[in-house]
Write a protein that binds this ligand. Structure first.
Ligand code: ADP
Length: 548
């Protein structure tokens, strides 16, 4: 028997129309570096999105599922593009502005982007790539920046504001199939070529609802969220869509992502929530330690993309800012887990839950798979590779316009689950603790050592700003951990003391015997520890390693 319910498609169009009408007074505030930020209401942002859709169709000839790329910071125009492009039936392709030029060229050509909307300040990055991007027919430039770098390099250049000016403020939105492509984002391609994840209208809609649930970010129109996580990093974790659903105000940092302007933004605009990777919060902590600022409005922070050291959570607790750990991937839209503890616990009882990666929502099914392909129990002890499935989890990668979707064996199980490449345990209450990425696990004498656990323990030392631990070859044990440490200003390296400090919480056989101080941990394009760079530096003999 079929249901008697209406079958209304779940679309980004719906999110746009709802946000601009029902939550028309909510605001997108974009930092400009000027005394006053730019402020636009959702009604205005929505209206501009409608005008953009008209311009893309009528002036630039966008039809069907053509790809419109963005090379942009987090700002109002980027939100407008986020909403306009999928709503008209085209596909938004967010470009990671920190990728190497060859990678950017590869992903634009693979996606066959027709148009790129670019911030003026990023033109020096785009201009030299254009000769290698034959599918790009139009470049749309938004915001300040010297246009002359495009002279002679670009096919057709348009000013964003001029394109919008005088356009109709209504659009006859097409009836879309909710399973249709709405947006795409390529994985960073640390191993092999980048892989394209294509989000559907339905997946974005359902993911946005999950982001809005109290067990996830749970924000309302009384909140303002500071969206530090770039819009090119997995849809800014869903915030541009989820906020339009519930009227959460957005504070957008544009290109002002350094600790000092972030601290100023928080103090002046008083957001109640923020989202970013641990590196950002480490940097901000150092800034406010040196030059105290009032961060107290920001009661809640969503932190993820890489493991959050418990010491960082403790430091922010003291500032009245509660970091809430979340796990996800480009392939998972990204929300996979969030570490809100169960009800009825004291602060002390909540702690063991807070330092996990968190609990799975109803839309994400999880299982742990052991080395022999067996499914492991959720007992908090059995460690295996995490596999997930659900309506906002990728089931394949984009195979190009004339190719089939790709389902590489190392990424998808035979029965269609996503193999995350993350290794960890799950408690009987469904809380996930990740110990490593499969490729970062240290295999020492047949046992696994968690690099993340060692990093967390080292970063708890008061002299340490950051620490990354990688596996290095060892004649006797196969692999052993190498500890690379970034010291706080004014601290000096005392490896024996650090090792003794670790010995308080870490089993003796896991203690690193190789130590080195580095000026900064190398980071990936989205600010995560880039361990392959450290492994290479070690292999090339570039690190001054002390053996204890
Ligand atoms: P990239 O591969 O470029 O880092 P993603 O953003 O898709 O791209 O990265 C997803 C990976 O980031 C996960 O598979 C996991 O290894 C790591 N990750 C994300 N969130 C967390 C977290 N809270 N704790 C530990 N690792 C995390």
């Amino acid at each position: 028997m079929l249901s008697t319910m209406q079958d209304v498609p779940l679309t980004v169009t719906r999110i746009l129309v709802h946000g601009m009408t029902i939550h028309g007074k909510s605001q997108v505030t974009t930092w400009t570096g000027e005394p006053e930020p730019q402020r636009r209401s959702f009604a205005e942002v929505g209206r501009r999105a409608v005008q953009l859709a008209n311009a893309l169709r009528d002036e630039l000839g966008v039809t069907g599922d053509q790809r419109v790329a963005t090379l942009m910071w987090n700002n109002s125009e980027h939100v407008e593009t986020y909403l306009a492009v999928p709503s008209m039936g085209a596909v938004l392709h967010t470009l990671n502005l920190r990728l190497a030029p060859e990678q950017l060229i590869w992903v634009v050509n693979h996606a066959e982007d027709k148009i790129v909307v670019v911030n003026g300040s990023l033109l020096p990055l785009l201009a030299p790539l254009l000769p290698h991007l034959p599918t790009i027919e139009h470049v749309v430039v938004a915001g300040p920046g010297d246009r002359s770098v495009l002279d002679g390099a670009a096919p057709r250049v348009h000013e964003y504001e001029e394109l919008l000016a005088g356009r109709p403020t209504t659009y006859d939105w097409p009836e879309l199939d909710e399973r249709q492509a709405a947006a795409m984002c390529y994985t960073s391609g640390t191993t092999g070529e980048p892989k394209g994840v294509v989000y559907s209208h339905r997946s974005i809609y359902l993911h946005s609802m999950q982001v809005n649930m109290a067990e996830s970010m749970g924000l309302t129109d009384k909140d303002t969220t500071l969206v530090v996580v770039p819009q090119f990093h997995v849809n800014a974790w869903g915030l541009p869509h989820s906020t339009f659903m519930t009227g959460v105000n957005m504070l957008m940092p544009d290109r002002f992502l350094q600790p000092a302007p972030l601290a100023e933004m928080i103090e002046r605009e008083r957001p109640t929530h923020a989202a970013a990777v641990p590196t950002i919060w480490q940097g901000l902590l150092a800034e406010v330690t040196a030059r105290p600022r009032d961060l107290s409005s920001m009661a809640r922070v969503t932190i993820g993309g890489a493991a959050c050291p418990p010491s960082l959570m403790e430091a922010y607790d003291k500032l009245g800012v509660r970091l809430c750990h979340a796990w996800g991937m480009t392939e998972t839209s990204p929300l996979g887990t969030m570490a809100n503890p169960p009800a009825g616990l004291t602060d002390e009882e909540e702690w063991p839950y807070r330092i996990t990666q968190g609990r799975f929502p109803a839309g994400v099914e999880a299982r742990l798979v052991g080395p022999a392909g067996d499914h492991l129990p959720w007992d908090g002890e059995s460690a295996g590779e995490l596999e997930v499935r659900g309506p906002w989890i990728a089931g394949a990668y984009y195979g190009g316009s004339d190719g089939e979707s790709l389902r590489p064996e190392d990424k998808f199980s035979e029965d269609g689950w996503l193999k995350t490449g993350d290794v960890g345990v799950i408690s009987d209450e469904g809380f996930l603790t990740l110990t490593d990425r499969a490729k970062d696990v240290i295999k020492s004498g047949g046992e696994w050592i968690s690099s993340v656990a060692l990093e967390n323990a080292i970063m708890a030392h008061p002299d340490v700003a950051e620490a990354a631990v990688v596996a290095v070859p060892d004649d006797r044990w196969g692999e052993r951990p190498l500890a690379t440490v970034v010291l706080k200003e004014g601290a000096t390296a005392d490896y024996a003391a650090l090792k003794a400090f670790l010995a308080r919480t870490v089993a003796k056989w896991q203690l690193p015997e190789r130590w080195t101080v580095i000026p900064a941990v190398p980071k990936t394009s989205v600010g995560k520890f880039d361990k392959k760079v450290i492994r290479k530096q070690y292999a090339d003999g570039e690190l001054d390693v002390t053996q204890l």
